[in-house]
Design a protein around this ligand. Structure first.
Ligand SMILES: Nc1ncnc2c1ncn2[C@@H]1O[C@H](COP(=O)(O)OP(=O)(O)O)[C@@H](O)[C@H]1O
Ligand SMILES: [Mg+2]
Length: 251
């Protein structure tokens, strides 16, 4: 029999209330994030229309702003859909034994241009051959973490992508570390970074095309793999993101 009217019920009600509050906050946040680029698109489209009606030509700069904001909206909606698919479990995992050299190089290849533009050096160290996980999702984790390291570190920084097999208090696991020598993050923000839309510098994140969802996606991908992600940082010295994949082998 359940514990009717006992402390368990009070806990359940408190948890439901908290979930409801989070849902309301999430809807408000999403609406706000969508409104900013949409307001800009609407404003520039109206100006363009007026200019053309009054016989002035269309300013290509205005069209560029409209395009940039449309791309932002699309990135935001794609990330939101992706996050909800991962979180709800609607998107099934297709785990396989992954070659860590191969998957790392594949992810880094897509970031090569970003790295070159920032004169960043990306190093890799692979000390264990494989991980049993979903390839698409592992690539997404590497991409989101390395993309951040490139974006939020100054020109000429170094990013290290390191895979190891280690034993911790919970047993043997494969660890992915993305280590940068950038500005670092104050201790009090380290946990909050994984919340949806949390950014240290909103303007900078938006300017560089960020949606504020990259690290929440990493967190949920790791949870789906029964793993975890944490961050360690020293102000002025750099940040390390640590992903833990419990050791699994193909059935
Ligand atoms: N390597 C890093 N160094 C410093 N700050 C970082 C780093 N990675 C992430 N951040 C901070 O965490 C925030 C959230 O990251 P993320 O969820 O990927 O969103 P986005 O990159 O779209 O802003 C970033 O806006 C940035 O402030
Ligand atoms: Mg990001």
């Amino acid at each position: 029999m359940g514990n009717l009217g006992g402390t368990d019920n009070i806990d359940v009600i408190a948890a439901l209330k908290k979930a409801e509050k989070m849902r309301i906050e999430f809807v408000a946040n999403v609406s706000h994030e969508l409104r900013t680029p949409l307001t800009s698109i609407k404003g520039y489209a109206e100006t363009l229309l007026q200019d053309m009606e009054e016989g002035r030509g269309a300013d290509p700069d205005f069209l560029k702003i409209i395009l940039k904001n449309s791309n932002r909206l699309l990135a935001l909606i794609n990330d939101l859909l992706d996050l909800s698919a991962i979180e709800s479990g609607a998107d099934e995992l297709h785990p396989a034994t992954l070659d860590l050299h191969e998957i790392t190089q594949h992810a880094l290849h897509a970031l090569q241009l970003n790295a070159e533009n920032k004169h960043s050096t990306i190093l890799t160290e692979v000390h264990t051959p494989n991980v049993y996980a979903d390839p698409k999702r592992v690539e997404q984790v590497i991409t989101n973490l390395v993309d951040n390291a490139i974006k939020y570190c100054p020109t000429g920084s170094t990013v290290m992508v390191k895979w190891t097999l280690e034993r911790d208090d919970f047993g043997e696991a494969v660890f992915l570390r993305v280590i940068d020598n950038g500005p670092g993050i104050a201790e009090k923000y380290l946990d909050r970074l994984f919340e949806r839309f949390y950014r240290l510098d909103k303007g900078r994140s938006r300017e560089s095309g960020g949606t504020g969802l990259g690290l929440s996606i990493v967190k949920h991908v790791m949870q789906r793999h029964d793993g975890s992600v944490t961050a360690e940082s020293t102000l002025g010295a750099g940040t390390t993101f640590i992903c833990r994949f419990p050791l699994r082998t193909a059935p």
